[in-house]
Design a binder for this molecule. Structure first.
Ligand SMILES: Nc1nc2c(c(=O)[nH]1)N[C@H]1C(S)=C(S)[C@@H](COP(=O)(O)OP(=O)(O)OC[C@H]3O[C@@H](n4cnc5c(=O)[nH]c(N)nc54)[C@H](O)[C@@H]3O)O[C@H]1N2
Ligand SMILES: Nc1nc2c(c(=O)[nH]1)N[C@H]1C(S)=C(S)[C@@H](COP(=O)(O)OP(=O)(O)OC[C@H]3O[C@@H](n4cnc5c(=O)[nH]c(N)nc54)[C@H](O)[C@@H]3O)O[C@H]1N2
Ligand code: SF4
Ligand SMILES: [Mo]
Length: 716
């Protein structure tokens, strides 16, 4: 079938921004084979031509300097990496993996990937690890990001299925934004909320729950600046007060949910007054919020890391989902509990089993039938997929320390900068017998330690599909050539599989072939995409939301689809399962020595560990240096002045940045971005101090809470 051309009449090609999970459509112009300009795609329903600065400045990431251009290997930690052929690099990496499997078993190998891979890459990594190497030790940075939401969605809806679509923004009357700085991190969605609010004059209410005042909270009618970690207390009391205010949807609760009786009972005693004690909020604000939720019409709830990155991350998610279910805010216009994805393809990874606990087609490693189905599809012997849950991101560090993991293969993530307690992480990686790192840039804090460096193509240099926060699958086609000898990630996996002796199972004509293989694994599942094909995606550049089973291939894909419109869920009894959220405070202990709570997060113009955004002079301008927000009440007591250098110390480590004395942060808490790793500023990474306590169910680390002390930086 002839493929509609990527090329628009005006000479611009179309693609999707490779940063956040909003998934904006972009137009790309090239000059001499290099991306020279990027603009918003007016025809794309997500952003209608708008972009934030990161997207608009994507052409700045194509620098010569700093790209990883050739495969390299290193003999011993003291040696410099030297350029080798692809064959030699893959031979060295595959040899190390094979030796580890033979000498110590498959669980001595770990693959650590990323929500920045395309789904085709993700799928191949999983197939190689789980189906052929025989280990479930395949995890991703989504563990630091979405794991709590995945666990809660699965347990509540019977599937990892975010229910609403962006079009619900234009139909919502109430926005409950919890632990999400959308103005900085999902700018185009924030913009849509702002426009909706302005257009609906007084009818739309925005509630922001965040210990900090941000540009996001500027549009809030109520900003609930709670104590960090106290969301479950707030959400339980909100549900208590919503019930008192007559805001429950009794019919929906009776017909479409189970577990309400237990949840209702758990609300006993959760009056606003009790929440005041635990959250530090005003009772009047809690009551007013409850009144809005009860009576203001359809409510869309957005949440991200303030909820997920917590030792009670799953409980926070349960409480958020309960609030929507109890008020009937699901499956109808303008309503739904929506955990936003952070990375451009975190959702695709979730679909195709990118976590240590999941298998393709929203299947679970723990389910014997799911394992058998995937074994049949991959034509491997029964029992090939291990029934042992795989090692998750933070556990990987512990296993490296104990010498149980020998080889780690990292792709499209920079864990030495992005995992908490980075000195420990660095030491653990140094203990690996072989560290293989597949990245587009070098050096990064992680490639610096690699024994084998595999150069990857990035964004416009490769194709594939990605799924955004609203389940919208879009096709990216290759627009430019990769530099040097860099290859698309999937081709590197294929090379590795062949060198390990599994070549027959990894013979693909191209990306499209891989897509059709995993598409089949979605048949009959909640996220069935059997009706989607590459030609259809090429025709519908705006993307197609799942589910999209083959029977749906009549007429064009509908826009703005939402799930659960009939009130039927993917649980065995078809009802949404409500779970009682348990209140517990954050894990790291506040005491006299470590009296403040350190929150870590993001700024608008930087992306994670800065390998790309750090190269744009324009993006660097808005926040040139790392900083610490501290309330004047705390600063005064500590003798700290605005713009003074401060040292922040936790039980794990210390970092030094510039103080920003501001009322924007509540007293008792401080905030620092985590972008600046050791290559971008000396000892300035908040991950030197951040905590690696995890939620017991999701294994997601509590990156939003570390007990610290702050003092003027020593001048020596
Ligand atoms: N500019 C930019 N955008 C990005 C990214 C980026 O690096 N840069 N990364 C992308 C990715 S991968 C992700 S996951 C998302 C993250 O997007 P967000 O989660 O919105 O970003 P963060 O800054 O990590 O944290 C959000 C807010 O949570 C608040 N918070 C901290 N503790 C608590 C708490 O206990 N309760 C509540 N209610 N709030 C709390 C913080 O004060 C912070 O303002 O952003 C995506 N978009
Ligand atoms: N303290 C603290 N730490 C955090 C967080 C926090 O809020 N606080 N947030 C956490 C969250 S939510 C996330 S998602 C993580 C993100 O953390 P990371 O994933 O470590 O951060 P990135 O800088 O996005 O790393 C992506 C890497 O992939 C490379 N790359 C880009 N494109 C490609 C490609 O196509 N192929 C390959 N092979 N490589 C490519 C980039 O150069 C870069 O080195 O950070 C986590 N860490
Ligand atoms: S909002 Fe997200 S997807 Fe859109 S341009 Fe900005 S970073 Fe890219
Ligand atoms: Mo993330």
């Amino acid at each position: 079938m002839a493929r509609p051309s990527l090329l628009r009449r005006d000479g611009w090609k179309r693609s999707i921004c490779c940063y956040c999970g909003v998934g904006c459509g972009v137009k790309v112009k090239t000059r001499n084979g290099v991306v020279s300009a990027v603009r918003g795609d007016e025809d794309h329903p997500v952003n209608r031509g708008k972009l934030c600065a990161k997207g608009a400045l994507l052409s700045d990431i194509f620098v010569e300097d700093g790209r990883l251009l050739y495969p390299q290997v290193r003999n011993g930690q003291a040696a410099e990496p030297r350029r080798v052929s692809w064959d030699e690099a893959i031979g060295r990496a595959a040899g190390a993996i094979r030796r580890a499997i033979d000498d110590h078993g498959p669980d001595s190998v770990m693959l650590y990937g990323s929500g920045q891979l395309v789904t085709e890459d993700y799928y191949l990594f999983g197939k190689l690890a789980k189906g052929f190497i025989g280990t479930n030790n395949q995890d991703t940075n989504s563990r630091l990001c979405m794991a709590s939401a995945v666990t809660a969605y699965n347990q509540s809806f019977g599937a990892d299925a975010p229910p609403a679509g962006y079009a619900d923004i234009e139909a919502a009357n109430t926005f409950l934004i919890v632990g999400a700085n959308m103005e900085a991190c999902h700018p185009i969605l924030y913009e849509r909320i702002r426009v909706r609010k302005r257009a609906a004059k007084g009818r739309v209410k925005v509630i922001v729950v965040d210990p900090r005042a941000t540009r996001t909270s500027e549009i809030a009618d109520i900003h609930l600046a709670l104590r960090p970690g106290s969301d479950v207390a707030l959400l339980q009391s909100l549900l208590f007060e919503v019930r008192l205010a007559g805001g429950l949807d009794d019919q929906f609760l009776r017909r479409n949910t189970s577990g309400w009786a237990e949840v209702a009972e758990s609300l006993d005693g959760w009056s606003a007054e009790r929440a005041v004690e635990l959250t530090g909020l005003d009772a009047a604000n809690i009551l007013e919020t409850a009144r809005i939720i009860a009576h203001n019409g359809p409510m869309l709830t957005f949440w991200t890391m303030g909820a997920n990155q917590s030792t009670s991350g799953v409980d926070k998610n349960f409480a958020l989902i309960n609030l929507s279910l109890a008020t009937g805010n699901i499956g109808k216009p303008g309503a739904g509990p929506m955990s936003l994805t952070g990375q451009p393809n975190a959702m695709g990874g979730r679909e195709q089993g990118g976590l240590a606990t999941t298998l393709p087609g929203h299947r679970l490693v723990a389910n014997p039938e799911h394992r058998a189905e995937i074994e049949r599809a991959w034509e491997v012997a029964p029992g090939s997929i291990s029934d042992k849950p795989g090692v998750t991101a933070i556990e990987m560090i512990e296993r490296l320390e104990r010498g149980e993991i020998k080889v780690v293969w990292v792709a499209a993530t920079n864990p030495v900068a992005s995992l908490p307690n980075s000195d420990r992480v660095r030491r653990a990686f140094e203990q690996a017998e072989t560290l293989i790192v597949q990245d587009a840039y070098h050096p990064t804090e992680t490639t610096q330690l690699a024994d084998v460096l595999l150069p990857a193509a990035q964004w416009s240099e490769r194709g594939g599909t990605m799924t955004n926060s609203e389940r919208r699958i879009c096709l990216l086609e290759q627009i430019t050539q990769p530099p040097g000898e860099a290859l698309p990630d999937w081709q590197i996996v294929v090379k590795m599989a062949a060198a390990l002796g599994y070549g027959d199972a990894f013979r693909y004509d191209g990306l499209e072939d891989i897509f059709y293989e995993y598409r089949e694994l979605s048949r009959g599942r909640d996220m069935d995409i059997t009706g989607i094909s590459y030609p259809l995606l090429a025709q519908h550049r705006a993307g197609i939301q799942w589910p999209y089973p083959s029977a749906a291939r009549i007429g064009p894909p509908e826009e703005g689809r939402r799930l659960f419109e009939q009130g039927v869920f993917h649980t065995p009894d078809g009802r949404a399962r409500m779970h009682v959220p348990q209140w517990s405070p954050p894990a790291d202990r506040i005491d006299d020595e470590y009296p403040l709570a350190l929150i870590t997060g993001r700024v608008k113009d930087q992306w994670h560990t800065m390998t790309r955004t750090g190269r744009s002079a324009k993006l660097m301008k808005s926040e040139p240096k790392p900083f610490l927000e501290i309330n004047p009440a705390d600063a005064n007591g500590l003798g700290i002045r605005d713009r003074q250098a401060v040292r922040v110390t936790s039980r794990r480590g210390a970092f030094e940045v510039t103080a920003r004395v501001t009322e924007a942060i509540r007293a008792g808490s401080v905030f620092a971005p985590f972008h600046w790793g050791s290559l971008w500023a000396d000892h300035a990474s908040s991950n030197l101090s951040a905590s690696e306590f995890v939620d017991p169910r999701s294994k997601q680390p509590e990156l939003k809470f570390a007990a610290v002390r702050v003092e003027p930086a020593p001048t020596d």
